[in-house]
Design a protein around this ligand. Structure first.
Ligand code: PLP
Length: 368
C-alpha cells in the first residue's frame, strides 16, 4: 500500500499549516531545475522582490531561509548575537520563550520581560527596562500563535529607531494576514514562515535584514557559529552577478513560495488583511451565538489565530478529535499553561474564507 494514495482532504483550521491553494500545489509539482540554472536564478530574484513587497521593505538582504520558521528565528540570532551580548526578549507565549532559549544557547546575556499569556507586551515596562540598560538586540513576536495576541510591534519600533539597538521581530504568523511594515516600523531583523498566512506548505522562512542588522553582521568579532545559517555565506548564492553554491536550494519549495506570493500580491495586501479580519469577525459572532468566549480582549486579538476558552466540563480533546474524524476539520489545542484551557482556531491565508468559517461553526454546534 502506498500511504500517499489515501491522504484525506482535511480543512486546516489550526495554528498552521493552513490550506494550500491548487495554484500553489501545481507550482510545487513543476519540473525541478538545477540550483544554478539561469531560469531558476530568475525565479529566485523575483521571489526576493515579491518578498520585499510583502515585508514592505527595500532591504536587499531579503530572501527565504531553507527551513521552517524556527530556522528563520535561529538565523536572526545566530548571525547577530556574539557571546556576552546583552539581549532583551519580550515574552508572552511559547514563541517568545523559544527566542529566549535560542539566544541563551549562543551565550548571549539574556534578560527577559514577561507578560501574562493572553495579554500584550506593555510598552511602559519595556521603556522602563531599556532606560536601565543598553541592549544590542530587543526581540518580540508580532503574532503570538500560542495565545492569539497581537503585540504592539509598530509602537515598540519607535523606541529603537533613534538607538543602536537591533529590533528583531517574529512575523511567522502575521506576515500576509495583518500589516507588517518592516521599513516604516524600524524593524531590523524579521522572519516569517510559509505555512501560515502565505498558505504554502511548511519548509521556508522568509527573512529580511536592515542596513543596521547587516552592519552588525559585517562587524562581528567572531565567526557566525553555525555554518548552514551563516548569512554572509548564503548571500553569495542569493545575490550578485555570479552565484556561488552554498547549499542546494529547496527548488520546488521556492516555486511554491513564488506562486503563493503571486496570489497574495494579485489579491492586494490590504484586501488580504481585510479578508482575514472579516472572517475573524464572522467566526467571533458565530462562536458568541454558541456561547463560546474568546481568551484575548478585543483590541489585542489576532484575526488569524483565535483562542477560544473551553467551557467548564467540556472535554476539549474529544471536541478536537470528533471535528477531525467526523467533520475532517483540524483545530489546535492550547500550549503550555493554556493546555486544556483553550482551542486555537486558525484563519490563515487560503483558509480564511466564509465557507470554511461556516462549516466549522456548524460542526462545532453539533459536536458541543
Ligand atoms: N514563531 C511563531 C510565532 C510561530 O507560530 C511558529 C510556529 O508555529 C514558529 C515561530 C516556529 O515555526 P516552525 O514551526 O515553522 O519552525
Amino acid at each position: 500500500m502506498n500511504l500517499l494514495d489515501n491522504i484525506e482532504e482535511i480543512l486546516l483550521m489550526g495554528p498552521g499549516p493552513s490550506c494550500v491553494s491548487d495554484a500553489v500545489y501545481s507550482a510545487l509539482s513543476k519540473k525541478t531545475l538545477g540550483h544554478l540554472d539561469p531560469h531558476f536564478v530568475r525565479i529566485m530574484d523575483e521571489t526576493k522582490v515579491k518578498l520585499q513587497q510583502v515585508f514592505k521593505t527595500k532591504n536587499s538582504l531579503t530572501f527565504p531561509i531553507s527551513g521552517t520558521g524556527s530556522a528563520g528565528m535561529e538565523s536572526c540570532f545566530v548571525n547577530l548575537v556574539e557571546k556576552g551580548d546583552p539581549v532583551l526578549i519580550l515574552i508572552n507565549g511559547v514563541f517568545g520563550m523559544r527566542m529566549q532559549d535560542v539566544a541563551s544557547r549562543l551565550g548571549a546575556e539574556v534578560d527577559s520581560l514577561e507578560f501574562e499569556w493572553g495579554t500584550p507586551v506593555d510598552i511602559d515596562k519595556v521603556k522602563d527596562k531599556i532606560s536601565q540598560k543598553q541592549y544590542k538586540i530587543v526581540a518580540v513576536v508580532h503574532a503570538e500563535t500560542s495565545t492569539g495576541v497581537c503585540n504592539p510591534v509598530e509602537d515598540l519600533g519607535e523606541l529603537f529607531k533613534p538607538t543602536k539597538t537591533i529590533y528583531l521581530v517574529d512575523a511567522v504568523t502575521s506576515l500576509g494576514g495583518i500589516n507588517v511594515a518592516v521599513d516604516e516600523w524600524g524593524v531590523d531583523a524579521c522572519y516569517s514562515g510559509t505555512q501560515k498566512c502565505l498558505s504554502c506548505p511548511p519548509g521556508l522562512s522568509p527573512l529580511t535584514f536592515s542596513d543596521k542588522a547587516v552592519s552588525a553582521l559585517k562587524n562581528r568579532k567572531s565567526k557566525v557559529p553555525n555554518w548552514y545559517l551563516d548569512l554572509s555565506m548564503i548571500i553569495n548564492y542569493w545575490e550578485g552577478s555570479t552565484r556561488t553554491y552554498h547549499h542546494t536550494a529547496p527548488i520546488n519549495m521556492i516555486y511554491g513560495l513564488y506562486e503563493a506570493l503571486n496570489l497574495i500580491l494579485e489579491e492586494g495586501l490590504d484586501k488580504a488583511f481585510k479578508r482575514h479580519m472579516d472572517n475573524h469577525r464572522l467566526l467571533v459572532t458565530g462562536l458568541d451565538e454558541i456561547g463560546l468566549k474568546m481568551l484575548v480582549d478585543k483590541p489585542y486579538r489576532l484575526p488569524m489565530l483565535n483562542s477560544i476558552l473551553v467551557p467548564d466540563g467540556l472535554d476539549e480533546a474529544r471536541v478536537r478529535q470528533e471535528l477531525l474524524t467526523k467533520y475532517k476539520i483540524e483545530i489546535g489545542a492550547g500550549l503550555g499553561p493554556l493546555a486544556g484551557k483553550i482551542f486555537r482556531i486558525g484563519l490563515m491565508g487560503h483558509t480564511a474564507r466564509p465557507e470554511n468559517v461556516n462549516r466549522l461553526l456548524q460542526a462545532l454546534k453539533e459536536v458541543i
